[in-house]
Write a protein that binds this ligand. Sequence first.
Ligand code: DX5
Ligand code: ZN
Length: 218
Amino acid sequence: MHLVAPSLLAADFRRLDQAIDFINSSEADWFHLDVMDGSFVPNISFGQFIIEQVAKDAKKFLDVHLMIDEPGRYIESFAKAGANGITVHAEATKHLHRVVQQIKAAGCKAGVALNPHTPVSVLEDIIEDIDLVLIMSVNPGFGGQKFIYHSLAKIRQAYDLIAVRNSPAIIEVDGGVGLQNAQKVLEAGARVLVAGSAVFKADDPAQVVKQLKGISAN
Ligand code: DX5
Ligand code: ZN
Protein backbone atom coordinates (compact mmCIF):
# COMPACT_ATOMS: atom_id res chain seq x y z
CA MET A 1 0.00 0.00 0.00
CA HIS A 2 1.31 3.45 -0.84
CA LEU A 3 1.65 6.38 1.50
CA VAL A 4 0.41 9.95 1.19
CA ALA A 5 2.48 12.79 2.64
CA PRO A 6 0.81 16.23 2.52
CA SER A 7 3.37 19.02 2.31
CA LEU A 8 2.77 21.64 4.99
CA LEU A 9 4.39 24.26 2.76
CA ALA A 10 1.02 24.72 1.03
CA ALA A 11 -0.93 25.06 4.31
CA ASP A 12 -2.14 28.33 5.82
CA PHE A 13 0.58 29.03 8.40
CA ARG A 14 -1.64 31.48 10.27
CA ARG A 15 -3.48 28.37 11.43
CA LEU A 16 -0.74 25.80 11.64
CA ASP A 17 -2.63 24.03 14.42
CA GLN A 18 -5.54 23.36 12.06
CA ALA A 19 -3.23 21.99 9.37
CA ILE A 20 -1.61 19.65 11.90
CA ASP A 21 -4.99 18.47 13.21
CA PHE A 22 -6.13 17.91 9.64
CA ILE A 23 -3.16 15.65 8.83
CA ASN A 24 -3.55 13.81 12.13
CA SER A 25 -7.20 13.06 11.52
CA SER A 26 -7.10 12.45 7.74
CA GLU A 27 -6.02 9.26 6.00
CA ALA A 28 -2.61 10.82 5.34
CA ASP A 29 0.41 8.79 6.46
CA TRP A 30 3.23 11.30 6.89
CA PHE A 31 3.85 15.00 7.43
CA HIS A 32 6.15 16.33 4.68
CA LEU A 33 8.20 19.32 5.88
CA ASP A 34 10.14 21.40 3.35
CA VAL A 35 13.20 23.21 4.71
CA MET A 36 14.70 25.79 2.33
CA ASP A 37 17.77 27.93 2.95
CA GLY A 38 17.71 30.55 0.18
CA SER A 39 21.03 29.21 -1.11
CA PHE A 40 20.55 25.65 -2.35
CA VAL A 41 17.11 26.79 -3.53
CA PRO A 42 15.99 30.36 -4.22
CA ASN A 43 13.40 30.38 -1.44
CA ILE A 44 13.49 30.39 2.37
CA SER A 45 10.85 28.47 4.31
CA PHE A 46 11.29 27.31 7.90
CA GLY A 47 13.73 25.39 10.04
CA GLN A 48 14.13 23.47 13.28
CA PHE A 49 12.02 25.84 15.37
CA ILE A 50 8.83 25.28 13.35
CA ILE A 51 9.48 21.54 13.10
CA GLU A 52 9.77 21.40 16.86
CA GLN A 53 6.35 23.06 17.17
CA VAL A 54 4.81 20.67 14.63
CA ALA A 55 6.34 17.69 16.43
CA LYS A 56 4.53 18.62 19.65
CA ASP A 57 1.14 17.82 18.12
CA ALA A 58 1.92 15.59 15.13
CA LYS A 59 0.88 11.98 15.60
CA LYS A 60 2.44 10.72 12.37
CA PHE A 61 5.90 10.26 10.81
CA LEU A 62 7.72 13.57 10.26
CA ASP A 63 9.35 13.42 6.83
CA VAL A 64 11.84 16.29 6.69
CA HIS A 65 13.09 17.32 3.24
CA LEU A 66 16.23 19.43 3.55
CA MET A 67 16.76 21.73 0.57
CA ILE A 68 19.85 23.25 2.15
CA ASP A 69 23.56 23.41 1.30
CA GLU A 70 25.88 21.10 3.24
CA PRO A 71 23.09 19.55 5.33
CA GLY A 72 25.65 17.63 7.41
CA ARG A 73 25.92 20.75 9.57
CA TYR A 74 22.35 20.36 10.82
CA ILE A 75 21.41 16.67 10.92
CA GLU A 76 21.56 16.30 14.70
CA SER A 77 19.52 19.45 15.29
CA PHE A 78 16.74 18.34 12.91
CA ALA A 79 16.65 14.93 14.57
CA LYS A 80 16.41 16.65 17.94
CA ALA A 81 13.59 18.86 16.64
CA GLY A 82 11.54 15.71 16.00
CA ALA A 83 12.30 14.50 12.46
CA ASN A 84 11.66 10.78 11.91
CA GLY A 85 13.09 10.76 8.42
CA ILE A 86 15.64 13.19 6.96
CA THR A 87 16.19 13.52 3.23
CA VAL A 88 19.15 15.44 1.85
CA HIS A 89 19.92 16.39 -1.75
CA ALA A 90 22.72 14.53 -3.52
CA GLU A 91 23.64 17.88 -5.12
CA ALA A 92 23.95 19.69 -1.79
CA THR A 93 26.83 17.86 -0.14
CA LYS A 94 30.34 16.80 -1.07
CA HIS A 95 30.14 13.87 1.33
CA LEU A 96 26.82 12.14 0.79
CA HIS A 97 27.97 8.84 2.32
CA ARG A 98 29.03 10.55 5.53
CA VAL A 99 25.79 12.53 5.78
CA VAL A 100 23.69 9.37 5.28
CA GLN A 101 25.56 7.71 8.14
CA GLN A 102 25.01 10.81 10.27
CA ILE A 103 21.25 10.62 9.66
CA LYS A 104 21.14 6.98 10.70
CA ALA A 105 23.33 7.61 13.75
CA ALA A 106 20.82 10.29 14.77
CA GLY A 107 18.11 7.60 14.77
CA CYS A 108 16.28 8.72 11.61
CA LYS A 109 15.42 7.06 8.31
CA ALA A 110 17.84 8.31 5.65
CA GLY A 111 16.67 9.65 2.30
CA VAL A 112 18.47 11.07 -0.74
CA ALA A 113 16.74 13.48 -3.11
CA LEU A 114 17.58 14.06 -6.78
CA ASN A 115 16.83 17.25 -8.68
CA PRO A 116 15.20 16.83 -12.10
CA HIS A 117 18.54 17.03 -13.93
CA THR A 118 20.44 14.65 -11.64
CA PRO A 119 20.71 11.12 -13.02
CA VAL A 120 19.60 8.15 -10.93
CA SER A 121 23.08 6.69 -11.49
CA VAL A 122 24.51 8.96 -8.74
CA LEU A 123 22.79 6.57 -6.30
CA GLU A 124 24.66 3.48 -7.49
CA ASP A 125 27.19 3.50 -4.65
CA ILE A 126 24.80 4.56 -1.89
CA ILE A 127 21.54 2.75 -2.70
CA GLU A 128 22.12 -0.12 -0.25
CA ASP A 129 22.63 2.34 2.61
CA ILE A 130 19.49 4.42 2.26
CA ASP A 131 15.85 4.02 3.24
CA LEU A 132 14.32 6.38 0.73
CA VAL A 133 14.93 7.86 -2.72
CA LEU A 134 13.17 11.18 -3.32
CA ILE A 135 12.62 11.90 -7.00
CA MET A 136 11.96 15.63 -7.44
CA SER A 137 9.36 16.07 -10.15
CA VAL A 138 9.75 19.87 -10.14
CA ASN A 139 12.78 22.07 -9.55
CA PRO A 140 12.82 22.43 -5.77
CA GLY A 141 12.07 25.73 -4.08
CA PHE A 142 8.38 26.37 -4.55
CA GLY A 143 5.05 24.63 -4.24
CA GLY A 144 2.43 24.72 -6.96
CA GLN A 145 4.66 23.94 -9.96
CA LYS A 146 3.93 21.72 -12.91
CA PHE A 147 4.92 18.03 -12.80
CA ILE A 148 7.88 17.23 -15.09
CA TYR A 149 6.86 14.09 -16.99
CA HIS A 150 10.42 12.85 -17.50
CA SER A 151 10.31 12.05 -13.76
CA LEU A 152 8.30 8.92 -14.57
CA ALA A 153 11.31 7.47 -16.39
CA LYS A 154 13.52 8.30 -13.41
CA ILE A 155 11.12 6.61 -10.99
CA ARG A 156 11.34 3.44 -13.12
CA GLN A 157 15.14 3.64 -13.19
CA ALA A 158 15.29 4.07 -9.42
CA TYR A 159 12.87 1.16 -9.00
CA ASP A 160 15.09 -1.08 -11.12
CA LEU A 161 18.26 -0.03 -9.30
CA ILE A 162 16.62 -0.78 -5.93
CA ALA A 163 15.49 -4.22 -7.14
CA VAL A 164 18.81 -5.19 -8.72
CA ARG A 165 20.76 -4.16 -5.64
CA ASN A 166 18.27 -5.57 -3.15
CA SER A 167 18.04 -2.23 -1.39
CA PRO A 168 15.40 -1.65 1.30
CA ALA A 169 14.78 1.85 -0.11
CA ILE A 170 11.33 3.06 -1.12
CA ILE A 171 10.65 5.81 -3.68
CA GLU A 172 8.98 9.11 -2.82
CA VAL A 173 7.90 11.59 -5.49
CA ASP A 174 7.63 15.30 -4.77
CA GLY A 175 6.37 18.19 -6.88
CA GLY A 176 3.20 18.72 -8.88
CA VAL A 177 1.67 15.44 -7.73
CA GLY A 178 -2.12 15.27 -7.63
CA LEU A 179 -5.13 13.25 -8.69
CA GLN A 180 -4.32 13.84 -12.36
CA ASN A 181 -0.98 11.98 -12.29
CA ALA A 182 -0.82 9.94 -9.05
CA GLN A 183 -1.76 6.69 -10.73
CA LYS A 184 1.07 6.99 -13.27
CA VAL A 185 3.52 7.90 -10.50
CA LEU A 186 2.52 4.82 -8.51
CA GLU A 187 2.62 2.56 -11.55
CA ALA A 188 6.17 3.73 -12.25
CA GLY A 189 7.19 2.41 -8.82
CA ALA A 190 6.63 5.16 -6.23
CA ARG A 191 5.56 4.25 -2.71
CA VAL A 192 5.14 7.74 -1.21
CA LEU A 193 3.22 10.60 -2.82
CA VAL A 194 4.01 14.10 -1.57
CA ALA A 195 1.18 16.51 -2.30
CA GLY A 196 1.14 20.18 -1.33
CA SER A 197 -1.21 22.30 -3.42
CA ALA A 198 -3.27 19.33 -4.56
CA VAL A 199 -4.32 18.80 -0.93
CA PHE A 200 -4.23 22.18 0.79
CA LYS A 201 -5.61 24.28 -2.08
CA ALA A 202 -8.53 21.91 -2.62
CA ASP A 203 -12.06 22.70 -1.47
CA ASP A 204 -12.12 19.44 0.44
CA PRO A 205 -8.55 18.45 1.42
CA ALA A 206 -9.63 15.34 3.34
CA GLN A 207 -11.46 14.06 0.27
CA VAL A 208 -8.33 14.55 -1.89
CA VAL A 209 -6.21 12.62 0.61
CA LYS A 210 -8.84 9.87 0.62
CA GLN A 211 -8.84 9.76 -3.19
CA LEU A 212 -5.03 9.70 -3.34
CA LYS A 213 -5.02 6.82 -0.86
CA GLY A 214 -7.70 5.02 -2.84
CA ILE A 215 -5.78 4.87 -6.13
CA SER A 216 -4.72 1.37 -6.98
CA ALA A 217 -1.67 0.91 -9.16
CA ASN A 218 -1.49 -2.12 -11.43
C1 DX5 B 1 9.14 21.79 -3.58
C2 DX5 B 1 8.86 21.03 -2.30
C3 DX5 B 1 7.58 20.28 -2.33
C4 DX5 B 1 6.36 21.14 -2.46
C5 DX5 B 1 5.34 20.34 -3.21
O1 DX5 B 1 10.39 22.33 -3.54
O2 DX5 B 1 9.89 20.09 -2.04
O3 DX5 B 1 7.45 19.38 -1.24
O4 DX5 B 1 5.83 21.55 -1.24
O5 DX5 B 1 4.27 21.17 -3.50
P1 DX5 B 1 3.27 20.85 -4.69
O6 DX5 B 1 2.64 19.53 -4.37
O7 DX5 B 1 2.33 22.00 -4.64
O8 DX5 B 1 4.08 20.81 -5.95
ZN1 ZN C 1 9.48 18.44 -0.47
